[in-house]
Ligand binder design. Structure first.
Ligand SMILES: [Fe+2]
Ligand SMILES: [Fe+2]
Length: 261
């Protein structure tokens, strides 16, 4: 009996308290055969808990300590470029319809330009100007590119202000319609290479010129600024607004862009 007690004491020493309580009943009958049963149960329990941890890890993947979605600064900016691209498609429709002498809702064009102003120019580009460009300048990297990107932000703001102004009219006279086509074309012609250069050249370099701490805190700052300017789910609400304009103009259904045989 003494032997059995000694074994029991040793077991309590090697099994953590939580697991020991869980298997108290088994322990009560543990003889030499019981020990191997106990060990096997303990291993199973370890495996199960490791599995649970893996599942939790999987669930929490991409989330920060507060359980919020973890989005890196380039990913954040590139999603915003995706939103801008959808507006460029709306502008493309404006160019086509007005260019053919057809009508397009000026309200829809004005709303799209309003999103460019509030979300792209006053937020997205502001983030690039406040957080990215100065870091590249300080690191003396891609300074020629940054200079052009800044000039293009300014040029874009000038075009958007004119589109918003013209879209306030009820109808456009022929020459105003041509001017609108020119403004929309100039905007799209500039922003497609602008975004593409940022996505392929500027953003991939960012991680190389800032520490990982700075990189992470920049992502948090972006998130904070977005919430401050547009409330929680600011990006998602902008996507919904753009989708609403697409529906109004009949270009929401993605399948319509698939070539027909
Ligand atoms: Fe930009
Ligand atoms: Fe950008």
């Amino acid at each position: 009996m003494k032997n059995e007690e000694e074994k029991s004491i040793k077991i309590t020493e090697i099994i953590p308290r939580r697991k020991f309580i869980q298997q108290g009943i088994i322990l009560a009958v543990a003889g030499s055969a019981g020990i191997s049963l106990l060990e096997s149960c303990s291993k199973k329990e370890d495996k199960k808990q490791d599995g649970d941890k893996d599942k939790d890890k999987e669930k929490d993947k991409g989330k920060d300590d507060k359980g919020e979605e973890d989005v890196s600064p380039p990913e954040d900016l590139m999603r915003e470029h995706g939103l801008l691209n959808r507006i460029l498609l709306i502008y493309d429709l404006g160019i086509t319809r007005l260019g053919r002498g057809e009508d397009i809702s000026l309200e829809a064009l004005g709303n799209a330009a309003g999103i460019v102003k509030s979300f792209v120019e006053d937020y997205h580009e502001k983030q690039e100007e406040d957080y990215l460009f100065p870091r590249f300048e300080k690191a003396n990297k891609l300074t020629d590119l940054v200079k052009i990107l800044k000039q293009q932000h300014d040029a874009g703001r000038g075009i958007t202000a004119q589109i918003i102004q013209m879209a306030k009219s009820k109808t456009l006279k022929k020459e105003d319609s041509q001017k609108m086509v020119r403004l929309l074309s100039d905007f799209n012609r500039m922003y497609r290479p602008h975004e593409a250069r940022e996505d392929t050249i500027l953003f991939p370099e960012l991680r190389k010129i800032v520490s990982s701490n700075e990189f992470d805190s920049m992502g948090e700052e972006f998130e904070k600024n977005e919430e401050k300017q547009f409330g929680k789910d600011g990006f998602e609400s902008m996507v919904d607004k753009v989708a609403g304009i697409e529906k109004q103009l009949g270009i929401y259904e993605l399948s319509q862009f698939t070539p027909k045989e």
